[in-house]
Unconditional design. Structure first.
Length: 480
């Protein structure tokens, strides 16, 4: 018993030592032996009065006591158990209470436990770094998006600028072509323009001026009827507007002539029927085949699909000439070696319908109005075209030479009576043409109808066939 109590009192409880320091080394406080720890911690067991100790129990106590002494000696004495249980809580094992002794800690371990835990703020730091990384990524993404948007906007601006430049260049090219066309028209009608325009230089507005103007208009193939109508309208305009100078009279004449010719101004409509069958007629040498080739070029520029028919089987070179124009315009040509021109026209209308063409133009042989049997053949071609398409031909055009003067009126009257004309094409206004004949047509001189003029030609090039505009033609006639 003495040995047991001696061994049992040797260990020093750190908690008891912290509460009541021992003044004498090796003399423990009696109440420290029976110190009871908290419910969550392990407790030291003290034998009760009814417990019998065996040699094995005493031996176990002898083995445990030195370990406790070493732990108490080596471990820090202030608050060790409280810190240990806070950092390393262990629940009691099932099956009752057990005795647990903290492991001895060396100086390095104690300093590590006592030092602030640097890894405690790792989650917050990681969250901060993650947020900063996300913000940086978002900033980079925004910058990249801004750069892409800026590049896209720059590309769009460049594309728009290029498109505007192309539009400007197209408009400039069209304006230059228009100026060139007007220059050619004025050059073609230069003779008439000089004879009429020269009257208004350095003169007064009196009756002598109107008499000279009447002579100039008749000399320009205007005809008596058209000249009288123009002078009546001009006198009324000068009186109403109180024009007192010759230049003002010249401008008034241009306006009066434009109003007089406006009855002949009519656009050629494509698309109202499909295919639009156009029958070309005219006298020998008027330029029918050449006008067909130029007209095919004009219609293709507007997006129309064109098919040609070589109905002039009398002249051997006519078929070859039309095939050459078709090759230039990349247009198919329906042709036969000899044969009936009405049969060629019939095949062309059927082929145009089968191929989905927009326009089918049928060439015919040139003939004089006095050749009655040839005029009857022209009527036959029209009847055969109507068999292929009951509504065809939709347009019957007469090609006239602008240099033939008043003879154009007789041609218009004869062909109109035979096949019923719907429009005119005036060619060769680039030479000695006077141009006043159209004023006679507009006035209905010699019993002709004011048949619309669709196109006028001023040259041999493919683009020299242009739509008729009354104001432009009138300005060229008076020399403006």
């Amino acid at each position: 018993m003495f040995r047991f109590f001696k061994k049992k009192t040797d260990p020093i409880d750190p908690i008891a030592s912290e509460q009541q320091p021992d003044s004498v080394a090796g003399q423990p406080a009696p109440e420290a032996v029976h110190a009871d720890l908290s419910a969550d911690s392990n407790r030291l067991s003290e034998p009760t009065s009814g417990q019998h100790l065996t040699d094995e129990g005493i031996q176990g106590a002898d083995q445990t006591a030195p370990a406790l002494e070493d732990a108490a000696t080596e471990a820090p004495r202030v608050g060790l158990l409280s810190r240990w249980f806070k950092r390393n809580p262990e629940r009691p094992t099932s099956g009752g209470e057990s005795q647990t002794t903290p492991e001895p800690l060396d100086d390095q371990s104690a300093s590590q436990h006592e030092a602030p835990d640097d890894n405690a703020d790792l989650p917050a730091t990681a969250a901060w770094d993650s947020a900063a990384l996300e913000q940086q990524t978002a900033t980079q993404t925004a910058q990249e998006s801004a750069e892409v948007t800026s590049a896209s906007q720059t590309s769009l601006d460049e594309s728009a600028s290029e498109f505007e430049d192309e539009q400007d260049s197209d408009e400039q090219a069209e304006a230059q072509q228009k100026v060139s066309w007007l220059a050619k028209l004025r050059g073609g009608l230069a003779k008439t323009g000089k004879s009429i325009g020269g009257i208004f230089v350095g003169v007064r507005v009196d009756e002598a001026l109107f008499e000279e103007l009447e002579t100039a208009l008749i000399m320009a193939d205007t005809g008596v009827d058209a000249t009288e109508a123009l002078l009546v309208a001009l006198r009324a305009k000068v009186k109403q507007e109180r024009i007192e100078d010759a230049i003002g009279v010249k401008q008034a004449l241009r306006d009066v002539l434009a109003d007089h010719l406006r009855v002949l101004e009519k656009p050629f409509e494509v698309g109202r029927v499909k295919p639009l069958v156009v029958m070309m007629t005219g006298v020998n040498g008027a330029g029918k085949t050449t006008s067909i080739g130029k007209l095919a070029f004009c219609l293709q520029k507007e997006g129309a699909r064109v098919l040609l028919a070589a109905g002039d089987t009398f002249r051997a070179a006519a078929r070859q000439q039309l095939v050459e124009w078709g090759s230039r315009n990349n247009v198919d040509v329906i042709a036969q070696d000899g044969g009936d021109p009405a049969a060629v026209a019939f095949d062309a209308v059927n082929a145009g319908r089968a191929r989905g063409m927009d326009v089918v133009m049928v060439d015919t042989a040139g003939r004089l109005p006095t050749q009655l049997h040839l005029m009857d053949e022209l009527k036959k071609i029209r009847r055969v075209i109507a068999k292929a398409d009951p509504t065809a031909p939709h347009e019957v055009l007469l090609v006239v030479d602008g240099n033939q003067g008043q003879n154009v009126l007789s041609q218009i009257r004869a062909f109109d009576a035979a096949v019923g004309l719907t429009g005119l094409i005036v060619t060769k206004l680039d030479g000695t043409a006077k141009g006043g004949t159209l004023a006679a047509v507009a006035a209905g001189a010699q019993g002709v109808r004011p048949i619309p003029v669709y196109w006028i030609g001023v040259g041999e090039r493919i683009e020299d066939l242009q739509p008729f505009v009354a104001a432009e033609f009138a300005a060229a006639v008076v020399g403006q």
